[in-house]
Write a protein that binds this ligand. Sequence first.
Ligand code: SF4
Ligand code: SF4
Length: 443
Amino acid sequence: MDIKELISTVKEYGVAGAGGAGFPTYAKLDKRAETIILNCAECEPLLKVHRQVLQKYAYEIMSTLGLMAEALEAKQVILAVKAAYQKTVEAVKANLYSFPKLEIKLLKEVYPMGDEVVLIYETTGKKVAPGSIPIETGVAVFNVETVFNIYKAISNKEAVYTKYLTIAGEVKNPVTIKAPIGMSVEEAVGIAGGPKIKDFVYFMGGPMTGSIINGYDTISKTTNAILVLPADHTVIHKKSGNSSIDMKRAMATCCQCEMCTDLCPRHLLGQPITPHMFMRAATSGVTQDLSPFLDTMFCCSCGICEMYACPQDLAPRKLITEYKTRLRSKGIPIPKGIASKETDAMREYRMVPMDRLTKRLGLKQYDVNAPLDDKDLMVNQVKINLNQHIGAKAVPLVHKNDFVSKGDVIAQAEKDKLSLPVHASITGEIIEVNDKFVIIKAR
Ligand code: SF4
Ligand code: SF4
């Protein structure tokens, strides 16, 4: 398969990054990629998707990586897997003899190992320059489920209409399921036996970067977890603050201890992000030097500063994100051409072990097996968002009362934009369509 055919297939079948911002995968298929990295770092506590999918489908995923390497003419393919995922490592090693050009790299169990900048450094020793993207360093990173979706698109002509996700926390039977896209959060939690407690909050994504949601919200191409947490849990407390109160608290109590900067994973790699300097400038109204504000663009929103480092329980990440968003909305571009500084000599000792992070977040009791059960699930109704990833949303092609089959295209990619088509995740009748979502009732 050549690169043109590969790009057109992953675009046609709607493959986006299965997690994070969900970058459309076709846009990452670029011949500048000398190295392809399979990201099996499963970045956040409690998430158990990628390790299990790779363990079960190692052959399919590795053969697809071989094919991608051929199409991109990449020189190196590295499967980056945390050493702690012993069964996954065994599954990969058992298949390596079939794919001699593929290598495995074992990673430490630290957070945020899945951040592409950190992962590329740990895997290849290369540094992604501040404000640039991995392909500019000759590297393309794909996570496990994304590559499995590419496999399904090529081999089965199957579109992305399901999503693997872990359901954990205060549920009776933590589990990792393959849900139809558009399934409601409440229904998905029901598969895990439902909530065990009365006063709970639904949370989508990992505890570090996810957010509080409602039971009627739905699963998208990037949903990798649903957590059910007590309403008074530390994670819920940290995520539900109001940024104007956060700023006032910072003005009163930020003691400039620099712990946020000392543990910031991007800062440790020499990127110009110094959260304590931002807090000083923002809380004291300093405007002579704008760099602490512009440097917010280099923050990856990992949350180490506010969820782990700050002894005053302040929220640098939230305030930084707000600034970054405002700068972007004013059309201010990410500063380019800045070289990374030397890697901090203390980096090795300042990486955050997952176990310690999980304990610090008060999640240790929920860190249990969530076995993969990837049978097809039957649902009565799905509400499929047309904007499931970074880029332009899809344009609906269907009308009320139309009948669609699973896998049919229900919305097309917006022309000449970074965009992907959206497919029906169940067979049934369209009962509502607008420019934001399509609802299908099973028939
Ligand atoms: S860790 Fe907290 S108190 Fe210390 S400088 Fe950063 S924001 Fe301020
Ligand atoms: S969220 Fe905080 S720790 Fe993470 S990159 Fe941004 S400033 Fe650094």
